[in-house]
Every structure is written in structure tokens, then in C-alpha cells.
Design a protein around this ligand. Structure first.
Ligand code: MG
Length: 160
């Protein structure tokens, strides 16, 4: 068994769409980034890569590479899952937390879990997404950005 941890932050910006957990969320602003800036998926990718000691998302998908400009982070998630599987690991479970003041995330949690589990080809019960505010403290509380934390457990598949 291998544990992995991921963390990411993106800044809010006007005239951007808000993509979180692979879905588009109606809001007055979105997150700034080279890709679609899906902070939750980025934290999950980093946790997956970390668990397998395969580096980080910036190493595999550099933000200087035009190929990844504006890319749907679900593509990066799928690519990451492929790398994990190629290294001989299967995903046992993922737990994650989004940290943001606005918008309210609870109505979207179910669809995020479904979307993430489908792109990782694992069961819905293996993916947890939670959300919290910071009681208006810090950059998340000032509505300047969103952070996300993720932990994953991988199992090394025995040779068959
Ligand atoms: Mg990121």
C-alpha cells in the first residue's frame, strides 16, 4: 500500500469559467491557470503521482507547454491514471477537500464524485469530495482563490 498527498491553489479571475472536480460550476468568476485551472483535479493528480513517487503534475504536464494551454484537466487526470496503472498500481480510494468561501459546493459534490470516478475507472464509493469555507479567513476567505487537498491510497498489484 502507498499513500499520496496533493495540494494546489489557483487564483480567482474575472472572465474565466469555474471548473472544479471536472464540472463547470455557475459563478461570477473562475480560476486562472494555464489549463482550465481545476484545482481539485490537480491536487488529486499530485496525490496519485506522489503515492507512486512519480514526481508531480508540473513535471508531467508543464505549464510552459502549449499542448496543455486551456486543456480540460480531466484529460490530465486520465493520463495520470494511466501512468499509475503502468507503474503497477491500482487506486484503493481518494479523499479530498476543496477550500473556498464561494460559491456553495454541496449541490455539485455528487456530480464531481461521479465525474472523477468515471475518468479514473473506479467505483463511486472509492472517491470522496468534501468542501469547507475558512470562516472568511485567509485568501480563500477573502474570495481571492481556491485551494484543494487530496490523499490517495494505492495498492501494488501482485504479478499474476
Ligand atoms: Mg494547478
Amino acid at each position: 500500500m502507498r499513500i499520496g498527498f496533493g495540494y494546489d491553489v489557483h487564483r480567482f479571475s474575472e472572465s474565466r469559467e469555474l471548473w472544479l472536480g471536472g464540472i463547470l460550476i455557475p459563478h461570477t468568476k473562475g480560476l486562472l491557470g494555464h489549463s482550465d485551472a481545476d484545482v481539485l483535479i490537480h491536487a488529486i493528480c499530485d496525490a496519485l503521482l506522489g503515492a507512486a513517487a512519480l514526481g508531480d503534475i508540473g513535471m508531467h504536464f508543464p505549464d510552459t507547454d502549449p499542448e496543455y494551454k486551456g486543456i480540460d484537466s480531466k484529460v490530465l487526470l486520465k493520463e495520470t491514471a494511466k501512468k499509475i496503472a503502468s507503474a503497477g498500481y491500482s487506486i484503493q480510494n481518494i479523499d479530498s477537500t476543496l477550500v473556498l468561501q464561494v460559491p456553495k459546493i454541496s449541490p455539485y459534490i455528487g456530480l464531481m464524485r461521479k465525474t472523477l470516478s468515471e475518468h479514473l475507472a473506479i467505483d463511486l464509493s472509492q472517491v470522496s469530495v468534501k468542501a469547507t469555507t475558512t470562516e472568511r479567513l485567509g485568501f480563500e476567505g477573502r474570495e481571492e482563490g481556491v485551494s484543494a487537498y487530496a490523499v490517495v491510497l494505492l495498492e501494488y498489484k501482485q504479478d499474476t
